[in-house]
Every structure is written in C-alpha cells, then in structure tokens.
Design a protein around this ligand. Structure first.
Ligand code: ACO
Length: 329
C-alpha cells in the first residue's frame, strides 16, 4: 500500500489592523528606529486592540478564512491543534475556544506550548494523525497575542513582538508531496534565559507579582541569540544533509522571524540566496507561533507543486526544529 503523507492543502492568516511603528515606540521607551532596524530588522508590528479580544479571536479569523478559501465545512474538521504561548486563559485550551467560535463540532482540539517552535511541533503532531490514517482533515493554528505579555516600559523586549494568527489545513495524500521529514528538539535548561516568572503553579499571581512586573516576557537577549543562531542553522543544515538536499534543491527557507540577523545566519549556513528566504519580519516583528503561517500565506501565490521548503524555528523552552515540506499545490 502507498505511504500516506500529510499535505498542506490550504493556508490563511490574519493580522489585527493597528500598526505599532518604531516611531511610536520612540515615544514610549528610550529607543530609536535606527537601533531597532539595525539590531532586529523590524520596522513595525500589528497589535490587537480592543476590550475582551484575545488569541482565539485572531485564530478564529484565520480559521474562518481558511475554511472559506478551501471550501471546507467546519463539521468536516476532525482535529484542531493551536500553537500558542498566549492562550485566552490558562484553561480551557484556546483550540477549544476557536473551535467553538468557528463551529467546529466534530473534532477534538488541544493546545501545544512550544513558544516560537510551536507551529513546528503542532504540524508534526498533526501529521502523525494523518499518516496513521486516523484523520483526513486537520487544522493547525499558530496564534499569539504577544502584546498581552509584553512590558511596554521595557525597551529590550517591547520592540520585538507583534500579534498575528495563521491556520493550515492538512489532508492525506499518496503523492510524493507534503511533510517529508522533521527534526524537533528541546533543552529545558534554557528556560532560565527566556520565560514568564509568575502566573503559573510555582508562583501564582499575587499583588506582589503584578507590582514586580512578573507577568511579562523575561528574556536575556544575548544568550538566547547565541543559542538561536546556532541551533536554527544547525537543524536546518541537518535536515538538508540527511535528505541529501543541496541549496539548489530548495525553493524556499521559511525561518521563524525573531531577528533578521538570525535569519541571515541560517540562510548562510544552508547556502541559500536571499531570494530563497521568506522574510517579512520588517512588517510584523516576532509573532511567535504566527510567523511561519504568515510567511507561507504571503508567499502562497509564488509556490508551485513539488517545491522543496525547509521550515526552521527556535524559541523559548528552549525548543527548536526543522521540517522538510514538498508543496502540494
Ligand atoms: N533600543 C535601544 N537600545 C537598546 C534596546 C532598544 N530597544 N534594547 C536594548 N538596548 C541596548 C541595551 O541596553 C544594551 O546597552 P548597553 O550596551 O549600554 O548595556 C545594548 O542595546 C545592546 O544590547 P544587547 O542585548 O546586547 O543587544 P543585542 O544586539 O543582543 O540585541 C536582541 C538584542 C534583539 C533581543 C537580540 O539579542 C535577539 O534577537 N535575541 C534573540 C531573540 C530570540 O530569538 N528569541 C527567541 C524567540 S522568542 C520566544 O520564544 C517567545
């Protein structure tokens, strides 16, 4: 019997309309457009404004668009996974809330927390349910309202992040397309450099934790940068080597968008040209689980069936990984 693979059969994304520019940030913290652009590559980012709106609202917009564009009815979806570090609430899962908002009634759904690698972890997890023949229509959402955990008085983090959501439809195929190979890794000792200090079971929320601003992203930029630049490049090169792919075989590198310098280092290590790299960090910043679907969505019209794509990410945890995808349409 022919091997069943999981193919990406549709992609959609959604970003909130409000744009926070470097200029506006200059009036909020001691920073400059020049510093932000030269150190990160970011010019602006989208921010979700509005009382009572959360990650699920962005995720629901992305899923509604995906269902419409692929002609899929919500009741056909059998599994929905949401990658996020900014869930609407600690429980229930944001995936459950998105399913409810879009009318997905015949599925089970859950969240995956792997920070900026969340989309990769979720795609690989979802693909196993397809490859095993268990399900035929699975949606993976990557959604984060990073503005909800960003301290806009801290110049070291507030310039980096933005809000966005993307949704990917996975279906089975027996053709030589889809998710071909993956490498996923974790090193929990890296948590000391990148985490949120309070609000979990170790340090539940209290007046003290709020006064100490412990419900925001805590990041030591330099150690994270060093790990990210090495691990993302290593894992992208490793998946190419073990599948005997040269830089000429690759149509696109889809890197997680945390810092333009990390993206460029990964591309150099893979030996791919600038035109082969999806980069949109300048307009969105780091949207955590949203970056990869945002790239695929913006480049969708340029992609051709059979194109080899390497997706690579690094994030809090530490978590990192890469996926080799052959584009299916
Ligand atoms: N504006 C102006 N100056 C600033 C700013 C700012 N916004 N932020 C920091 N600085 C200053 C610092 O205070 C420091 O000043 P000092 O030399 O007087 O002490 C100087 O700029 C250099 O700071 P560094 O932290 O060394 O700057 P660096 O070049 O490392 O850039 C950055 C910082 C952009 C955060 C970088 O380290 C980085 O990209 N790290 C990796 C981020 C990442 O990949 N995260 C993982 C994914 S996120 C997730 O999983 C949720």
């Amino acid at each position: 019997m022919a091997k069943i693979r999981a193919k990406i059969s549709g992609i959609h994304a959604w970003v909130p309309p409000y744009i926070l520019t470097n200029k506006e940030l200059e009036s909020m913290v001691e920073t400059s457009d020049e510093w932000i652009v030269s150190r990160t590559g970011i010019h602006e980012r989208h921010i979700l404004k509005g009382e009572g709106l959360g990650t699920s609202d962005m995720g629901a917009e992305a899923v509604r668009g995906l269902l419409k564009k692929t002609g899929t009815k919500p009741e056909e979806i059998e599994l929905m996974i949401c990658a996020t570090v900014t869930p609407d609430m600690l429980f229930p899962a944001t995936a459950n809330i998105i399913s409810d908002k879009v009318g997905i009634k015949n599925a089970f759904s859950f969240d995956i927390n792997a920070a900026c690698s969340g989309l990769l972890y979720s795609l690989v997890t979802a693909s196993k349910f397809i490859e095993s023949g268990t399900y035929k229509k699975v949606i993976v959402v990557g959604a984060d309202k990073m503005s909800s955990i960003t301290d806009y008085t801290n110049r070291e983090t507030c310039v980096l992040f933005g809000d966005a959501a993307g949704a990917i439809l996975l279906e089975p195929t027996t053709e030589e397309v889809g998710i071909m190979d993956s490498i996923l890794q974790t090193d929990g000792s890296g948590r000391v450099h990148l985490h949120m200090k309070a609000g979990g079971s170790v340090k539940p929320s209290s007046h003290e934790t709020i006064d100490a601003k412990e419900h925001f992203i805590y990041q030591e930029g330099q150690p994270v940068f060093k790990f990210a630049v090495t691990k993302m490049a290593d894992v992208a090169a490793e998946i190419m080597e073990r599948n005997k792919l040269s830089s000429h075989d690759i149509a696109y590198l889809v890197p997680h968008q945390a810092n333009l310098r990390i993206i460029e280092a990964t591309a150099r290590r893979m030996g791919v040209e600038k035109e082969q790299v999806m980069i949109n960090i300048e307009r969105y910043g780091n949207t955590t689980s949203g970056t990869i679907p945002l790239c695929l969505w913006e480049w969708e019209n340029k992609l051709k069936k059979g194109d080899n794509i390497i997706i690579a990410a690094f994030g809090g945890g530490f978590t990192w990984g890469s996926i080799w995808v052959k584009w299916a349409y």
